[in-house]
Design a protein around this ligand. Sequence first.
Ligand code: AVI
Length: 321
Amino acid sequence: MSGARLERASPAPAGQRAALRADALAGLTAPRKTLPCKWLYDTEGARLFEAITRQPEYYPTRTEVGILREQAPAIAAAVGPGATAVEFGPGDGGKAVLLLSRLQAPAAYVPVEIAPEWLDAVASRVSEEVPGVPVLPVVADFARAFGLPSGVPRERRLGFFPGSTIGNFEPTEAADLLRRFRAALGPGARLLLGADLVKGRAMLEAAYDDAAGVTAAFNLNLLHRLNRELEADFDVPAFRHRAVWNAEEERVEMYLESLRAQRARLAGREIRFAAGETIHTENSHKYRPERLEALADAAGWRARAMWTDQGRLFSVWLLDA
Ligand code: AVI
């Protein structure tokens, strides 16, 4: 994927709609149909994703939060006092609150996010829940090259990229992203990174196809979004959600499968589906520790520490620039 970051603008601005149209036309007229996973996150998609994180099958969020809580003393000791935490795509700010309230005298918190209204909400939450830590919000798209403003302290910068969002990027894109973080943070920086680990098929496929159908609704919302924003006419109930563990690529793949032969109109084009034909909508790469270390290494980072849970489901890494 290019850009696993959440896009929450609603209704979509014209530029964003044009980009969605271009991506949808390119992806749905290709021999193997695809849609980039960044488009999963409109307002409804973001709401559904928050609901996914509360599903019993979706272990990553609660496991990572458990690691951050349990290992907070070790993380705080390794990071040291006076860090400026720079979070890329801060979500609802919950993990920032957890981190900042455990670090020793953090100097500042810098959430980096493309959607200004989302940034405001995160800044208010963190200011309220961790008073005394200056919040310096930065509007930027970290999926592209960006710099931090001069007001952000240069010393002891700690990048923060939790949630295993790194897994939604293809490995070469993930290395580019880590390289960009390194360039933006500067020499001497550290990065606290969450990465989901490889595990058995049953647990992975259940995590991406929960019994309550929330992940299915999240995936199908992509077709609703095309109908809403591009005036397409997908018959959404004629598609179903599928999640498949690809053991060779070590990633969970999400698809929308057409239940019958059908056609849909999209931006003046007719898109045909055979029965059983799929649209590939997301990859969620899982990492073995040695592969994550090699990825970090390729991007110029050195692994300093890794923390995991008892079941070795998830990993939190501290990397040195
Ligand atoms: C945002 N990202 C880390 C999630 C994941 O687990 O890959 C997105 C997701 N897709 C389906 N469920 C969750």
